[in-house]
Design a protein around this ligand. Sequence first.
Ligand code: ATP
Ligand code: MG
Length: 406
Amino acid sequence: MKTDTIIVRLGELTLKGRNRRRFEMQMMHQLKMLVFKAYPRLTSTSEFGRIYLQLNGEPYDGVAEAVAKVFGLTSYSPAASTELTLEAVRAAALEAILAIPVLPKTFRVTVRRANKSFPHATPELLGLIGGHILRAIPEIKVDVHQPEAEVTVDIRSDSAYVFTESHPGSGGYPLGSNGKAVLMLSGGIDSPVAGWLAMRKGLKLEAVHFHSYPFTSERARQKVIDLAQTLSVYSGSLKLHMVSFTDIQTKLKQASVDNLMITLMRRAMLRIVEKIAGQCAAGAIVTGESLGQVASQTLPSLNVIGSAASLPMLRPLIMIDKSEIIRMAEQIGTFELSILPYEDCCTLFLPKSPSTNPNINLVTRIEQSLDWLDEALDEAVKGREVLTINMESNEQTDIAGIDSYF
Ligand code: ATP
Ligand code: MG
């Protein structure tokens, strides 16, 4: 089969009535960024719920891989286009069956006849195409209920398309169609996956990372930049806010409430993230927290930590097992980076026995006694470094000073 087209099916967005047009535009934007930019000879036509990508000589494998990254697509099929004649359609359908690596024992023909001027009605076409295949391949049979192969013939006004395969797309909603959120990006396995799931659900992200330079190294910083770069492949670019947490952490440590250290740190982080979210008009905070994973992710901890923020906390991994999270990390390409053994600011300051059941009254009393805290939070926000990470290369645009950013 001469694959010269990819038929792309749009997902949940087809259900969204009035918003459909907006969603399609947002999806086309990501499609342009991820697919058309890399493969400029592609052209496309669209109809309700579908896009036909004409390869025009671009490689199917590369284009398909890029298409699979676009959010809001349920599935795609490699297809061969043919002239609008019965002979051409029959020949292409036979060729498509013969191109299946192991010849199927049974098959079924499906026809979509959007082009009503094509000179045969659908039931007649089923017989004409099926009969042609049966005559050409004596050992094959028709099974309309559970066929090993299905050859679909899609007859449109410009040409007909024939395909036998369908592959799952990313699903979800088009990037940015559900607004904007801030991702708390650590160097671990979980938060990049949480970020990807959030993007797939239509959220545009900006990432915030806390470091404790010079306690954390230059290589730990590079690891987070590399993770952000991997995520930016899905969004075109990604803003990464690098916040120094050294001062706050050191002072919190001195306040010597060892088992509440993580609780206090996480609450301080959330307050900073919320301020950044306010400045970039984000409506939620995304984290990689997963229930029960560590002391700070028990229900009481999640409650006490989460109550420091007033924006909705989105925790896409809250109910997901680690093995499944790892599988997703491998699939999106962040796993190998995440397991590099560089230190994180929280692990450096990890107490011997972090509380799994922090008392909110005690925590707020301690915070109220820290007269330096509010100013330190503002300082951390002001002094942050903002990098714009681009999908194509690891080059970043440094935006020095926040004034030039806003
Ligand atoms: P990850 O959860 O990404 O695997 P981790 O396991 O080291 O990293 P946890 O201690 O599980 O981190 O932290 C829970 C969540 O808190 C992270 O998923 C992330 O969203 C946020 N977080 C932790 N450390 C940082 C950090 N240094 N900068 C930004 N966010 C962080
Ligand atoms: Mg974790």
